[in-house]
Design a protein around this ligand. Structure first.
Ligand code: ADP
Ligand code: G6P
Length: 456
């Protein structure tokens, strides 16, 4: 069998960070998926360290190269906080917050994308494979193609691609489309996102073709959906260890033996619908006060993008709601909502998933949502119920979840009650199907499938 070709991954974030004199892998789906591929194939990862002060000297990690890209303080503001996270992020998520379009942010976006393209061009072998990731780097494919016409370029968007009428708001829409069309394969989480992109490309760029293949500058661009997944076996195993079993039992005792645990785990982001699900929990307790004895809500929210105003606002809103619900329904030694504003290790998350009775995943819009898949992977005994927003990419695959509209507070409260009373046999059947879906399509298969398409 021929040796698989080396790959160059280009993503805003690097896969490792320094801890003392060691490098530690960052948690997250992308690292889980691609570091194993890089370890076997070799190649490089081009990315930003997350700080303007970090070194840009390349170094070797395992058998691949890490190529840090420098971003200055001023560029972090324009490129990351503003254009990426105040224009593109809200626009691509159904304009849940009004996107801002400020011309002074566009330039740093172009400059930083160009720097990524240059760094990538310098480390990619002849006829190499390059895989660019996510909304921060949408100009890289075309920039890289101009520098290195010999390489195959793939792009994967982890977030939704908005419907044409929203995308049309973007003052730089042609530039973004032409940036992405520089790739040979453009991948999305869902078919809807792939279709939105093809339609926008036909409408706002000279590209022609179908929803699955566009013609641009005498090249074919493949457009398809590749739903991302998780390392199923890792989560299944982590939740089954004696420590996880002990931790889960301890957690259940500490919140009050016999109480049903509702659990949510998110980055603290306004797209995740944290405030609305708290309102739904409150509505349920208002309807049936006795449920305050029988249920507890645990919300784990890791801080994210805090310099961005809309994130700071959402934090205040969540903290007010947690205070309000606890003020109304808690008793000494019996808290209604436990709120943890911090990141947990993956091992800790596995024990929490294991302890939960009802997992609440209710984003207003989400490219995929890995938390829903992680929860399913930990339920080896087929217990537990997943309540899932219809607006998460994961809802396309996880059809046996209880599907909700996160803007319908009373409807969500109904779904929470339904989850509590779901007959055991029904719950087990649903979980068995969900587990089969996630097991069959794990993150390694996702990466293989994309890389096969990219290799052509
Ligand atoms: P997003 O990519 O928008 O953050 P996903 O659900 O797709 O949403 O992925 C989030 C990833 O981050 C998951 O792997 C999840 O386990 C992890 N994560 C989310 N919240 C926390 C937290 N509080 N602590 C640790 N990891 C978290
Ligand atoms: C989402 C995005 C990723 C991003 C992650 C964390 O998953 O799709 O590209 O890395 O959120 O956000 P951050 O801004 O901390 O990188």
């Amino acid at each position: 069998m021929p040796k698989p070709r080396p790959i160059v991954i280009v993503a805003n974030r690097l896969p490792v960070h320094r801890s003392g004199d060691r490098f530690v892998e960052n948690a997250g789906g992308l690292v889980t998926a691609l570091v194993p591929a890089l370890k076997t194939r070799g190649g490089a990862w081009v990315g930003w360290s997350g700080s303007s002060r970090a070194t840009t000297r390349p170094f070797k990690y395992e058998n691949f190269r890490i190529q840090p890209v420098h971003i200055s303080e001023a560029e972090i503001e324009g490129f990351y906080n503003q254009l990426s996270n105040r224009t593109l992020w809200p626009l691509y998520h159904d304009a849940i917050r009004t996107p801002e379009f400020d011309h002074s942010w566009w330039r740093p976006y172009v400059v930083v994308n160009h720097r990524f393209a240059k760094a990538t061009a310098a480390v990619t072998p002849r006829n190499g494979l390059v895989w660019v990731h996510d909304y921060h780097l949408q100009l890289v494919p075309a920039m890289l193609r101009a520098m290195r016409p010999d390489v195959r370029i793939g792009f994967f968007l982890h977030v939704p691609f908005p419907p044409e009428e929203l995308f049309a708001w973007l003052p730089w829409r042609e530039r973004i489309l032409e940036g992405l069309l520089g790739a040979d394969v453009v991948g999305f989480q869902t078919q809807a996102a792939a279709r939105n992109f093809s339609r926008a490309a036909r409408e706002y760029s000279p590209a022609e073709g179908t929803d699955s293949e566009l013609l641009w500058e005498r090249r074919k661009v493949k457009v398809a959906s590749y739903p991302i997944s998780i390392d199923f076996n890792w989560f299944a195993d982590a939740a089954a260890t004696p420590e996880a079993t002990r931790e889960a039992a301890l957690l259940r005792r500490r919140v009050g033996a016999g109480r049903k645990i509702f659990l949510s785990v998110d980055r603290l982001d306004y797209t995740k619908g944290i405030d609305l699900r708290l309102l739904a929990f409150e509505a349920m307790l208002k309807r049936r006060r006795s449920l305050a004895n029988d249920c507890v809500f645990i919300q784990i929210a890791s801080p994210s993008r805090e310099p961005v105003h809309e994130y700071a606002q959402m934090r205040i809103r969540i903290e007010q709601l947690v205070g309000r619900i606890n003020g109304e329904f808690s008793e000494p030694g019996r808290v209604s909502v436990h709120y943890f504003r911090r990141g947990f290790t993956r091992e800790q998350l596995a024990s929490y998933y294991r302890a939960a009775d009802v997992m609440i995943v209710t984003p207003l819009r989400d490219g995929m949502n890995l938390v829903a898949k992680e929860f399913v992977a930990t339920r080896s005994d087929y217990s537990g119920v997943l309540v899932l927003s219809e607006f998460a990419g994961a809802a396309r695959e996880l059809r046996q979840a209880i599907i909700v509209n996160p803007r319908n507070i009373e409807g969500m409260a109904d779904a929470f009650e339904a989850a509590l009373t779901l007959p055991k046999a029904d719950a087990r059947h649903r979980m068995a199907v969900l587990r089969t879906v996630v097991r069959r399509h794990d993150v390694f298969e996702w990466a293989d499938e994309f890389l096969r398409a990219l290799a052509g």
